[in-house]
Write a protein that binds this ligand. Structure first.
Ligand SMILES: [Fe+2]
Length: 366
């Protein structure tokens, strides 16, 4: 038994925003634009959006304060600004952080006195319609309901509601060309992680998810090298963008595993980029799953033939060269938290606190 659900309309291609500008009229009359501090401008996406809105006489308000790993205070500030404005839809431009922040801001802004903590109480709340324009290729946030935020204690927390699925996503790979190399790599590894973690959860049960995962992994395996050889080549950027969106559709159905849970503290407290943090955790956790369910892992990593080949691919993109020092306290605290994370319910196999202690110790630099 399986089900497939994706309420997001996806429009892909060069200049897709201007080619499909009439869609904005269907979405709303006044835009609340959410971005980070630079990629929306540097990529040219904000200019393109602004040009289309101006031509349609749609007024807009810009909130450009989203930081990497968006905080509760940023969401509450944006939410308040949205709720005090006349805006009736949210337009998110940027990488995963602005897109995730926009979803949370959209809910907080729509629900008057709602605070960030209310997003995590398991209740479905309404949101303003959300439109996404990704400038990275990795999180899949452009097609998922998920929003990952950082709480005041520094821990990452995720939520998703039916209302936070973007209504429309515009994929124009030209906007991803200006990504720095380390962002290109880490976001692509995040997409790869979504693809194979999602299929590890799915285990072939949902044939559409299986198909999307296999294709996404294949494209990343084939195209990531090409992107790095010629960073300005839009066609190879387009392939990675497509793979990241497919992998996003995968996790919209499956969620992620202990790989993501174990990687979160490395981003929150050590500044390791999210995709790289996943990549550091991936092999150790998949080896453990393979001990009890080898077929699940061989199916999940297709078309990689085994974990050695997957590991060699990750090493090629610098996963083994990440320099990291962790204190005993950090290892203790993070291992305890990770062993209790909700992601563990989706991760088959035997994962206790000691497993994560050993895992974190394994990635410390000599
Ligand atoms: Fe991720």
């Amino acid at each position: 038994m399986w089900k497939y659900f994706l309420p997001t309309r996806v429009f892909s291609g060069t200049k897709t925003i201007s080619h499909n500008n009439e869609l904005f009229r269907e979405i709303g009359t006044n835009a609340f634009i959410v971005t980070g501090r630079s990629s929306a401008i540097k990529s040219g996406a904000l200019d393109d959006v602004q040009e289309v809105l101006d031509a349609l006489d749609i007024p807009s308000t810009l909130f450009d304060e989203v930081e990497e790993n968006p905080s509760f205070s940023t969401i509450e500030k944006g939410g308040k600004m949205l709720s005090n404005s006349a805006c009736d839809f949210v337009l998110a431009i940027g990488g995963g952080s602005p897109l995730d922040a926009a979803k949370a801001i959209s809910v907080v802004g729509k629900n008057g006195n709602c605070s960030c903590r209310d997003l995590f109480k398991g209740k479905d709340l309404p949101a303003f319609p959300i439109v996404t324009v990704p400038t990275t290729s990795g999180t899949g946030s452009e097609v998922t309901q998920y929003s990952i935020l950082t709480d005041p204690e520094g821990s990452k927390k995720g939520f998703g509601m039916p209302s936070t699925f973007p209504r429309i996503s515009f994929l124009d790979a030209r906007y991803t060309v200006t990504m720095p190399v380390d962002v290109t790599i880490s976001t692509a590894l995040d997409a790869l992680s979504h693809s194979i973690e999602g299929e590890a959860v799915n285990k072939g049960q949902n044939p559409l998810v299986k198909m999307l995962s296999k294709e996404a992994t294949k494209i990343i395996k084939q195209s990531l090298r090409e992107v790095l050889k010629n960073e300005n080549d839009v066609s190879s950027r387009e392939r990675i963008q497509f793979a990241a969106t497919l992998a996003g559709i995968v996790i919209a159905h499956t969620g992620t595993t202990a790989v993501h849970a174990a990687g979160y503290p490395l981003s929150s407290f050590k500044g390791i980029k999210h995709g790289m943090a996943n990549a550091l955790m991936l092999i150790g956790i998949f080896e453990r799953i393979a001990k009890t369910d080898p077929n699940r892992i061989s199916g999940a990593i297709e078309p990689f033939t085994d974990l050695d080949e997957l590991n060699a691919f990750l090493q090629e993109f610098g996963v083994g060269r990440v320099s990291l020092q962790l204190s005993e306290e950090e290892i203790e605290k993070w291992s305890d938290q990770t062993s209790k994370a909700s992601h563990l319910k989706k991760t088959p196999g035997d994962f206790d606190k000691q497993f994560f202690v050993n895992l974190y110790k394994r990635i410390i630099s000599d």
